[in-house]
Design a binder for this molecule. Structure first.
Ligand code: DCM
Ligand code: MG
Ligand code: MG
Length: 251
């Protein structure tokens, strides 16, 4: 967890949900093949809309969302597992003439951020373990050291921290022994915890971002509070690996 001094000095105004699809998992030195960003204002989470016909009073998915989603030719073979779960392949990306992670990606994401109200926090599930360090690799390959003035926060860490705090509170209030936690924290399992069904479109960047926002809505007040004090500058994230190895062009 970051030092408090590195967290935003003002409350976060915009949450930019991020999901990446890529050619595999570490240590395969993955390359990004799909990137999705949905920007949602703090205001939207603090003032949710409800469907009055729904007796469970589930919040509606935010209506005011800015979206950016695109495919990238990774220039590296997918692992069979990654290709299978994402439904993407090197052949299809080449046949559809998708471009590499080039300078246009940087221009698009910086233009997207420039339209959001700061402070901006990138939010990804297991972001610290996967998405942020992987994005850092690709930006470094373009000669970019980071994204200035952008914070980031990991919902996997946040959800575990919130559950642990609630557990401690429960012990204190009821003089109880610690609850044996069998809780699961994959994005799919968190969605199931709140909605009692599994999410649609897992392992598409857009589908996973929508699932993450739906989970976030269920604990928005606590997550926002956690992120206000635990978000860290994106520039403090270390790259997943150093891209010094030259790949032969593929395909
Ligand atoms: N990934 C993988 N094998 C898994 C899970 C994920 O190779 N069992 C890789 C490919 C995905 C990327 O991680 O594109 C991101 O995962 P997710 O779809 O969960 O965001
Ligand atoms: Mg993901
Ligand atoms: Mg995904």
């Amino acid at each position: 967890m970051c030092a408090a001094s590195e967290s935003p000095s003002r409350r976060i105004e915009t949450f930019v949900f991020l999901d990446l699809e890529a050619t595999g998992l570490p240590p395969s030195r993955p390359k990004i093949t799909e990137l999705c960003l949905f920007a949602v204002a703090r205001h939207a989470f603090e003032n949710p809309q409800y469907d009055n016909r729904d007796s469970k009073r589930m919040p509606l998915f935010p209506r005011l969302v800015d979206k950016l989603c695109f495919c990238i030719n990774p220039g590296k073979p997918f692992t069979p597992a990654a290709s299978s779960i994402t439904g993407l392949s090197n052949e299809e990306l080449a046949w559809n003439k998708k471009q590499s992670f080039n300078i246009h990606v940087l221009h698009m994401i910086t233009a997207f951020f420039n339209r959001q109200s700061p402070p901006i926090c990138l939010v990804a599930h297991n972001g610290c373990g996967y998405d942020f360090p992987l994005l850092k690799v690709e930006l470094s390959a373009l000669g970019i050291s980071g994204l200035d003035d952008i914070y980031c926060a990991d919902t996997l860490k946040a959800m575990k921290a919130l559950d642990s705090k609630n557990n401690q509170l429960h012990q204190l209030l009821y003089q109880a022994s610690p609850l044996r936690s069998k809780k699961k924290y994959s994005l799919r399992d968190l969605y199931y915890r709140f909605y009692n069904v599994y999410p649609l479109n897992s392992h598409s960047a857009e589908g996973d971002v929508m699932t993450l926002i739906s989970v976030f809505q269920q604990c928005a007040a606590d997550l926002i509070c956690w992120m206000d004090s635990n978000a860290r500058p994106f520039n403090t994230i270390r790259a997943m690996y150093e891209e010094n190895e030259k790949y032969t062009s593929f395909p």
